[in-house]
Design a protein. Sequence first.
Lengths: 351, 279, 292
Amino acid sequence: MNNGRVSLKKVVKRHGAFTALHGIDLDIEPGEFFALLGPSGSGKTTTLRIVAGLEEASEGSVFLDGTDITNTEPGDRDVAMVFQSYALYPHMNVYQNIAFPMRMVGMPKSDIDMAVLDAAKKVHIEHLLDRKPGQLSGGQQQRCALARAIVRQPRLFLLDEPLSNLDAKLRLETRGELKKLQRSLGVTTIYVTHDQEEAMTIADRMAVFMDGQIVQVGSPKFVFDNPATADVANFIGSPPMNLMPAVYRDGVVRIGTHELQTSCRIAGERNVIAGIRPSSVRLGPSGIPARIDLIENLGDALLVDLKLDDMMIRARTGAELTSREGESVFFSAEPAHVHLFDTESRVRING
Amino acid sequence: MRRSGIASAVLIGVAGVFLTLWTFPVLWALLTSFKSERDVLAYPPTLFFTPTLGNYRDVLFGATTILPNLISSFIVATFTTILTMLLAIPAAYALARLNLPGKRAGGFYILATQMLPPVGLIIPYFLFLQKIGWLDSYKGMTLIYLTFSLPFAIWLLVSYFEDIPREMEEAALIDRAGRMRAFLYVVLPQVRGGIAVTVIFVFLNAWNEFLFAVVLGGNNVRQVTVAMFNFISVEQTLWAKLAAAAIVTMAPVILLGLFAQRHIVKGLTVGAVKGGGRR
Amino acid sequence: MQTPVAARERRFAIYLFLPAFLVLLITTTVPLIYLAWTSVNRVDLTSPWITGFAGADNYSKMLGDPRFWNSLELTVIYTGTTVVLQMLIGLGLALLVMQIPRGQGILRVAAIIPIVLAPVVVGLFWRTLVLAPDFGVLDFVMRALGLGSHDWLGDPNLALASVIVIHTWQWTPFAFLVILASLSSLPPDIFEAARIDRASGVQRFWYITLPLIRPALVIVVIMRMMVALSAFAAIFAATGGGPGSATEILNLYTYRTSFTELNFGYGAALAMVLLAVTLMVSYSMFRLRTAR
């Protein structure tokens, strides 16, 4: 069965005394667009390179469609990769770059020709075939790298932050095209990024990496709605979730001197970290009083900075707001939107 | 990259072979220079013997002293270096950065002069210097040494000048420095490193020169490369003294090379990889 | 349309360039003309009364001079062999050293040593300490290996090979250092991409490494050829051109003719031929560089 099912089992990576990966377990379904998300240095790129075979795991195994490929050469794994720097061969033109992987395995010229044209058309660079990488714009280079990857019809695509070198507008456009392309090709794709918005919009499922470990796996929506730790909650979402130290007792959480209802049904009292997403903050006539510090107008929404005691809380609301900077308002949130995390372990409290 | 232990061992072995190959002659000469003439002739060659400084004494202070020759070499090399740099630095700057009329032809000319075989040029040099009485003189020798040091220095310096960002000079001009002052106070300090490397190379080449030294010199100007042959005659070779003389002659150059090694490698490769490759 | 500023810059440039240019004119172009003139004259210091225009006599003499043809042949063999050896060994060693990053530093330092030595000293080193029969290190090693003693520089059959070895020993480190620098400047990610693109080690070398270091290789070949064509001091010190004419490459023949036999006219003609050969070689090499 050759449909691109990936499994990582207890993968560890050490550099001398430093451990980059602390035992990664991951299962990726065939045809999935799977994102590896995390801040710099969290181990996501290392994981990708281990799947590619460019780096060796210190411990653990990698499986592709049930076969152990932990010790297989990159060229024999039937995977294709798009590098962050694109890694185009500077002395070859676009056609030769795309044709390269086919030449390496001795494909006949006519077949190569068809395959190259086909791949080039899919990414709309068929008119650039005799240019050299140095003569292409950033976006065109990226497409060329993409074409070189898809021409081989591999079992697995590995993309290492392929959009990070593009300007913002191009990034958005290309993002959508990438998603459509993957859907039409149906190839399992592993996508590394540090941009959580990118992962949210493009991935079917994702794994959040922090400090060399996977802290949560799930669909973007699930992770967004149920972050497994306060750090994940802080990382996902823009602006990030507001995290406030609070005291929980029997379903109610007290922030400073004010109380909010939660949907948690656990009995008892404990110190917690309360988390409310800016988009869940409701400004209105009742709730917790705070002072408006700053209003940023995004056009179709407002970002409001609220000051409560010595804490800063950000809210994101629709464009209607009668209060001004310096004035006091009340804010609240739906009980279901108040997330609770253990103060020490920072792990989510569910109940 | 995964590599077997055997492959690693082979790689290190080969590297070791070349390490030995390249350093061996100098080390062996060094060893020989401390042997007495009798020990030197011992066969098989000995590694253990009573070292003596006698050879160095003879070679530096004794009857077979090469000290005057060292001085000769030093004078010629120094004058050559100074003159070369005085001429080459402005010329290289003009070629690299300024709107010199006929720049391409000029650059090509400089390159072409490096193609002339020295053996060809010494004939006219010899005949000419003989005619004006400049044979066996420092001024004659230095002038002729410029033949090979000047084009080389210009070629090297051009690549260093090209490396400086243009904004430097433009900023200086906007600050009303005038071209000459911009050159002296803004541009030159930037190529300090390149100038140092060029000085090393020019001095080295002048110190090591043989053909011009032997043909155009005489009793007055007799450089150390020529004096080496003092120790070889039809009857005998004074092995140990020759070794000592060679060590004395080459020591400054080797020390200079080791000391400035990184810069020398950069200098060699700058011209070759960068300047030469992409034009 | 020339603004006064531009004109000032041009003048400034000329002032800076002129002194060096004039010196070079005097030290290279004028002597060249003089050399050409001498080559069509009779200038023989052993018979100083015979002077006068000789026309193409010196040149026609050359055509029938077996020693000349010998020297030409030796030059071709010498230059060709040493440059090929230098490139092969230099490239091989550089590729190898790229695999052992820790060995690079010390090998780079060691590589400097042969390059900074005076060629005349190198020739003497090899002549005495290494290759001398009954004395030199190589002799000792050969005898220990049971391969007998040989007169490396005195035997006409071995002398040419020996001087080629000497030249190669001195200048391979140069090729090594330049090629190593070029290899080091290649971005590593394209090699990773090639590995993923199913290229084997040999394929990566052939399709990626080689084309990308080609400019450096060509430059090195050109420079090494120029040096080999004008190599004098080491051979002079090692064999003086002998035994007989066994190592008498063209520039040594020119030297001997001019300064040992004092026939400057003929020597000048030989030098002109050497110049022509050098120019031809460098021209074709430069064409190679800009090809494709």
